[in-house]
Ligand binder design. Structure first.
Ligand SMILES: NC(=O)c1ccc[n+]([C@@H]2O[C@H](COP(=O)([O-])OP(=O)(O)OC[C@H]3O[C@@H](n4cnc5c(N)ncnc54)[C@H](O)[C@@H]3O)[C@@H](O)[C@H]2O)c1
Length: 352
C-alpha cells in the first residue's frame, strides 16, 4: 500500500535533496509544506516537473504526482491538521489518512551573516520546533527526523586555543550543555531536548542528526562553498576571504548527509543525536586553494578582517557513528568541490 510522508521545509537545500532521493528510491508519496521564505518551488529543482493543481493551494509534481507541495507556513498547516484530522482526505482530496514518517526541515537558517546579523529572526526556530513537537506528541507518527546542528555544541570547545573534534557526548542534558552558537545553536539544542522528551515521555520514535557544514551543487550562493566556487570560476584575484581564512569547518557533501539521515531514521529511535561530518577540519584558505587549483590559477589572498567568522574550528569526531553504525561519508573533499565547481562554471556560462 502507498504511504505518504510529511516533509516540512522540503523546498530548502536538505529537504529537496532528501525528497529527490526518496522519489527515486521508493514509490512513496511526499507532502512538502514550505513557505518559500528561502526555498524554491519544486518546478525549479525537480526535473521536468511543472505542477498540476490538486486542490486549493496544493500542487502535484513528478511521475505519478508523488510530490505534493503546499505553499504555507508550517505552523499554520499544523494548526489546520490539529483541528481537522481528516484534512488530507477532505480538503486535499488525497487517498491517505495519515502521514507515516515526518522529516522536519522547516527552519530559518543561513550563513554567518544571518546567524550573527539577525539572531532574533533565527530565534523564530524555537516557535516552529515547539509547535512541531507539541503536534507530533499527539499525532504519533511512526518515525520523526529532527535536524539539529553542529551549532548546538559548546563554543568553548571550538576556540583557537582548545578546539577538539566534537563528540556526541560533549552535549549531555544530564551533566553538560555549555554555550551553543547564538540563537541558532540554542534553538537546535532546545529542539534536541524536545525530541528526547517526545521519545521518552510520549513514546515517539525520533532521530536527531547534527550535520556539520553540509554543502552541494544546488546550495544557495549565500553559503560559503558555492560562493567561493563562483568566485574561483570567475578567476577572482585578489581572492577575498572572511577573517584570516584560518578558521576551519567540517565540510560534508549533501549526498552523504542524505545517506546519514536515512541511516539515522532506521537506527535511532530514542531522540538522541548523531554527528554527520567527514571528521576532517578544513580551513577556508584550504578551500580557496582547492577551488583555485581546479580553476588553474594562484591568486593573492585578501583577508576581510571586519567580516563575521564564528568559532575558530568546528569539526566532528565520527568514531561513534562509524563504530556503531558502520557509516562513513563516501565523497572526498576534492570530489565534492569539483562537483560544486562544475556547477559554478555552468552558472557562469548561462550568465554570459
Ligand atoms: N545545510 C546544512 O549544512 C545544515 C547543517 C546543520 C543543520 N541543518 C539543519 O537542517 C535543516 C534544513 O536546513 P537547510 O540547509 O535545508 O536550510 P534551508 O534554508 O535551505 O531550508 C529551510 C526551508 O524551510 C523553509 N521555511 C522556513 N520557515 C518556514 C516556515 N515557518 N514554514 C514553512 N517553511 C519554512 C524555507 O523556505 C526553506 O525552504 C535546518 O533545520 C537546519 O538547521 C542544515
Amino acid at each position: 500500500m502507498s504511504v505518504i510522508h510529511l516533509v516540512s521545509g522540503g523546498c530548502g537545500f536538505v529537504g529537496r535533496n532528501l525528497v529527490k532521493r526518496l522519489l527515486q528510491t521508493t514509490q512513496d508519496y511526499f507532502f512538502v509544506v514550505d513557505d518559500l521564505s528561502t526555498g524554491t518551488a519544486p518546478e525549479h529543482w525537480l526535473e521536468g516537473a511543472s505542477g498540476t493543481e490538486k486542490a486549493v493551494g496544493l500542487k502535484a509534481y513528478g511521475p505519478g504526482g508523488r510530490l505534493l507541495f503546499l505553499h504555507s507556513d508550517f505552523r499554520t498547516f499544523l494548526r489546520d491538521i490539529q483541528d481537522n484530522a481528516n484534512l488530507l482526505k477532505e480538503r486535499y482530496n488525497l487517498p491517505f489518512d495519515r502521514f507515516t514518517n515526518i522529516y522536519h526541515f522547516a527552519a530559518i537558517v543561513g550563513g554567518r551573516a544571518k546567524i550573527d546579523g539577525d539572531p532574533m529572526m533565527v530565534a523564530l526556530d524555537l516557535s516552529i520546533d515547539a509547535e512541531f513537537f507539541y503536534w507530533v506528541c499527539n499525532y504519533k507518527p511512526e518515525r520523526v527526523l529532527f535536524p539539529s546542528s553542529s551549532a548546538a555544541y559548546p563554543v568553548d570547545l571550538q576556540s583557537d586555543e582548545g578546539a577538539v573534534a566534537l563528540k556526541e557526548s560533549d552535549i549531555s542534558f544530564e551533566s553538560r550543555l555549555g554555550q551553543p552558537d547564538m540563537t541558532y545553536g540554542w534553538s537546535k539544542l532546545t529542539g534536541e531536548y524536545l525530541a528526547q522528551i517526545a521519545a521518552r515521555h510520549y513514546g515517539i520514535s525520533v532521530a536527531c542528526v547534527r550535520p556539520f557544514s553540509g554543502y552541494g551543487e544546488d546550495q544557495d550562493l549565500t553559503y560559503p562553498i558555492p560562493a567561493i566556487a563562483a568566485r574561483a570560476a570567475a578567476k577572482e584575484d585578489p581572492f577575498e576571504v572572511w577573517g584570516t581564512g584560518q578558521q576551519g569547518r567540517d565540510f560534508v557533501h549533501i549526498d552523504d548527509c542524505i545517506d546519514a539521515i536515512l541511516m539515522a531514521m532506521d537506527n535511532v529511535h530514542d531522540g538522541s543525536a548523531i554527528n554527520i561530518g567527514s571528521g576532517r577540519l578544513t580551513s577556508f584558505l584550504e578551500i580557496i586553494d582547492i577551488f583555485t587549483d581546479i580553476a588553474g590559477y594562484k591568486p593573492t589572498i585578501k583577508p576581510l578582517l571586519h567580516k563575521p567568522v564564528g568559532v575558530h574550528a568546528r569539526h566532528a569526531d565520527m568514531s561513534y557513528v562509524s563504530n556503531t553504525f558502520d557509516w562513513k561519508p563516501k565523497i572526498s573533499i576534492r570530489e565534492g568541490m569539483e562537483r560544486v565547481y562544475k556547477k559554478a562554471l555552468e552558472r557562469l556560462d548561462n550568465k554570459a
